[in-house]
Design a protein around this ligand. Sequence first.
Ligand SMILES: Cc1cc2nc3c(=O)[nH]c(=O)nc-3n(C[C@H](O)[C@H](O)[C@H](O)COP(=O)(O)O)c2cc1C
Length: 182
Amino acid sequence: MKIMAISGSLRDSSFNTAILRTMAERAPEGVEITLTDISALPFYNEDADVDGGPSVVQSFKADIAAADALLIATPEYNYSVPGVLKNAIDWASRPGYKSVLKDKHVALLSASMAGTGGVRAQQHLKNVFMATLSRVYTAPEVVVGRAQDMVEDGRVTDATTLKFLDRLLTGFVAEVTAGKSV
Ligand SMILES: Cc1cc2nc3c(=O)[nH]c(=O)nc-3n(C[C@H](O)[C@H](O)[C@H](O)COP(=O)(O)O)c2cc1C
């Protein structure tokens, strides 16, 4: 199973990216999690969204199409989804209702330095994926609060957080597997 991971933060020392890196390293046998860089995507412009759009967008969308599922970890910026992540989803979402995101399995989690762990951004993101007709994995919901205390040297070190991440991945993989077999 190929899972494409996207971080909503471009920051080198991002806690969200650290979580995805950790999950990739702990992925069970047969599951490959690959981190994708969304920093090169231009700002969405419908004028440029013709004939598949810019080449960087085309390869981003091809990667999504080739993946069995998406795994997204996002920070919360001003109570919502960071613009870079929303921008990437907007590119991937076209043509509307029949894009590469349609029927795609998506697992979401959020992490922030606040105790609230980006839960508002995560909730907003779920709403966005309703528009793309994606299959959002809803439980368990993973919210990593005080992420600065859970991550060290670019890896999650907190045992409880690791347990939640493992549980999310196990459940998500089971759901994606079940979806593929029907
Ligand atoms: C523009 C901006 C807005 C932010 N707004 C929020 C917020 O609404 N809620 C929150 O919990 N943290 C907020 N933060 C703090 C982030 O939780 C913190 O920077 C976090 O480490 C970002 O995630 P990252 O480590 O993956 O880059 C904000 C940070 C920035 C830069």
